[in-house]
Unconditional design. Structure first.
Length: 214
């Protein structure tokens, strides 16, 4: 079996998303890029039943390299992100706060310095039907110079060079979105951070092996 360890990592990531209630049912998907190949979670399999053999390998055109099951319906989105960037891991969630916030803002305001984890203010990719090339295009544009985007009326997507680190950042994005929803609920004007401060934090965080020092 090609890429057995990467397939196991995709299974573990899907089960993490499910157990942390960051997806509902079989929603969400995870992939890793290895050169010309993409290891991606399958469509419609209960994550608790998912095994490494259910995770398929496709090439960058979407053609099957080694796969027992149909790939995630968001394969076009994953392929588009890989074609447009140097990223090698993608996690797509249907987490509650990210989804709710995607419906009411076009960009996540700089309310918390954790925005620096994602390269700046997280953008919201305009809505398009799941699995569509239009959605893939919107997400690629929203991810420019960022490692996360919200997907309007849908969920969130996070990208990076290491699946474990991308998965760790899911909780931080969900936290930032939950905080923003509570800020909006107060109806009060919000005190926002400057882009210069976010950049200062980004540089500071990049020197540490962990995401938070304070
Ligand atoms: Zn989705």
């Amino acid at each position: 079996m090609l890429y057995a360890s990467e397939r196991r990592a995709v299974v573990a990531a899907c089960q993490h998303l499910s157990r942390e209630r960051l997806v509902v049912g079989t929603a969400g998907n995870v992939s890793i890029r290895l050169g010309e190949h993409v290891v991606i979670s399958p469509s419609g399999v209960d994550y608790e039943q998912l095994g490494p053999g259910d995770v398929g390998v496709h090439d960058l055109t979407g053609a099957v390299v080694e796969a027992e099951l149909a790939p995630s319906s968001e394969l076009p989105l994953h392929l588009a992100v890989y074609a447009a960037s140097e990223h090698t891991a993608i996690v797509h969630t249907h987490s509650v706060a990210s989804t709710a916030l995607s419906v009411v803002v076009d960009e996540v305001p700089l309310s918390h310095y954790y925005s620096a984890l994602f390269g700046g203010a997280v953008r919201v990719a305009p809505y398009a039907t799941f699995g569509s090339d239009d959605l893939a295009g919107h997400v690629v544009a929203a991810l420019a110079d960022r490692t996360a985007a919200l997907m309007e009326n849908h969920g969130a997507v996070l990208v990076g060079s290491d699946l474990g680190k991308v998965l760790d950042r899911v909780a931080y994005l969900e936290y930032v979105c939950e905080v923003q929803l509570r800020i909006l609920a107060t109806g009060r004007p919000a005190k926002l951070l400057s882009e210069a401060e976010i950049e200062r934090v980004r540089v500071g965080l990049s020197g540490y092996g962990q995401v938070s020092r304070g």
